[in-house]
Design a protein around this ligand. Structure first.
Ligand SMILES: Nc1ncnc2c1ncn2[C@@H]1O[C@H](COP(=O)(O)OP(=O)(O)OP(=O)(O)O)[C@@H](O)[C@H]1O
Ligand SMILES: [Mg+2]
Length: 226
């Protein structure tokens, strides 16, 4: 096991929240876990150049000290689809630098926890998307399901596409993005019946300071890492 690839049912579905929870839970189990956000769109310029908030959150959750440009080799400024931001900014997103950054992280870690961008089919170039990246990295996939109205359809579509792509869908994690979601428990029960891989936890709507690690199924997580 070299890592996990966190994808989601959509943008803003809770991937970073879940990745932060996973980083804490995996570190608590004694693993050295490197954070990885291979492609990010939406960044601010500071002393160290462009930095993306997701990447910074992942670095903090991984205990700090990870070189930013390895964690986030492609950092685009515009907060739009990565393929559009890259085109506007004169960047071609290629697998080589992503693979190199991944190997550099892995040299100092037991596993790498990668967060995608957007959902499973989000384009990184016209001819290359998150699915292609995840397949190239050859990591088991964790699907984050943003718990809100419409999530059953998004979850089923995403899970079935991930599985037919040839990637290994290891499990799913729900995240209560909408604190007022109606029939939350019934939806979670339906997801457990409809998605044929284990539920590794459901993050309730969390306070900002709560990592969410305690809401993950530690035993389930260990079993997918074997
Ligand atoms: N379980 C939760 N409890 C509280 N807030 C949440 C939860 N899940 C997601 N959010 C909030 O919803 C927003 C989107 O979540 P998050 O940034 O994790 O999504 P994402 O899928 O990583 O988005 P992106 O596609 O931009 O990477 C954030 O403001 C986040 O704090
Ligand atoms: Mg994110």
């Amino acid at each position: 096991m070299r890592g996990l690839f966190v994808t989601g049912t959509d943008t803003d579905c809770g991937k970073t929240r879940v990745a932060v929870a996973l980083l804490h839970a995996l570190r608590d189990s004694g693993l050295r876990v490197a954070p990885f956000k291979p492609v990010a769109a939406g960044a601010t310029r500071g002393d160290q150049g462009l930095c993306n908030e997701d990447a910074l959150q992942l670095i903090a959750a991984a205990g700090g000290g990870w070189p930013y440009r390895n964690v986030n080799p492609y950092c685009l400024e515009a907060a739009v689809s990565p393929h559009l931001a890259a085109r506007e900014e004169g960047v071609s997103i290629e697998s080589g630098p992503i693979r190199d950054a991944f190997q550099a992280l892995l040299a100092n870690a037991d596993i790498v926890l990668a967060e995608g961008a957007g959902g499973w089919m989000a384009p990184l170039r016209e001819d290359w998307c998150i699915e292609d990246l995840a397949l190239e990295l050859d990591l088991p996939v964790v699907l984050v399901i943003g718990l809100r109205l419409g999530c059953l359809n998004h979850a089923r579509l995403s899970a079935s596409r991930i599985q037919t792509s040839g990637a290994s869908l290891a499990g799913w994690i729900g995240s209560v993005v909408d604190p007022d979601m109606q029939r939350l428990e019934e939806n979670v029960t339906s997801l457990k019946a409809l998605i044929d891989v284990p539920c590794l936890g459901v993050l309730p709507h969390l306070d900002p300071m709560d990592t969410g690690a305690g809401n993950l199924d530690a035993a389930g997580l260990q079993s997918i890492l074997r």
